[in-house]
Design a protein around this ligand. Sequence first.
Ligand code: ZN
Length: 191
Amino acid sequence: MEIVKFGTPILREKGARIEAVTPAIKKLIADMFETMYAHKGVGLAAQQVGLALQLTVLDVRGVNDRPSSLELEGQPADVHAFMPLVLINPEIKPIGKSVAGPEGCLSFPEIFAEIIRPDVVDVEAMDAEGKTVRFRCGGLLARAIQHEADHLKGILFIDRMSKEAKEQIRAELEDLQLATKAALKPAGQRK
Ligand code: ZN
């Protein structure tokens, strides 16, 4: 699938809830994982492939230098064994203190910034089998889940940047938005 870039209106749309994991949703999940892995991403939201749905896929196993933690039913659990992760209609509750950490986004190529987010969150969601999953996570996984859950509400990581951080990348953001909008215009309107 093609990943849409900043400037595409669907990135600002709130995703519709998914009531059941139909064969079409299963196919979409498989396609999103393929797309995410092809771009070496840690997470991908449905909006990023042009669909306003409450669905995100994640996998932190490819990152070795930024740890994640996981608790299932109050017990420490193996993060790698919990991957890959599908979250449908996720609800996120912040638990830990807020910490700064680097973030990028497949819809913002080459743009990175420090974002402040809670370092631990509780998550409740529907999984790829349509079952309810509940867990507590921290570190990179908590950051990635919050980033993706934001996408599902039409919120982007630039909305969470400090004024100073956003000012530093202002020119890149404007260029990206202009390039995206130019590519979105029907061919006849291009100059
Ligand atoms: Zn993103």
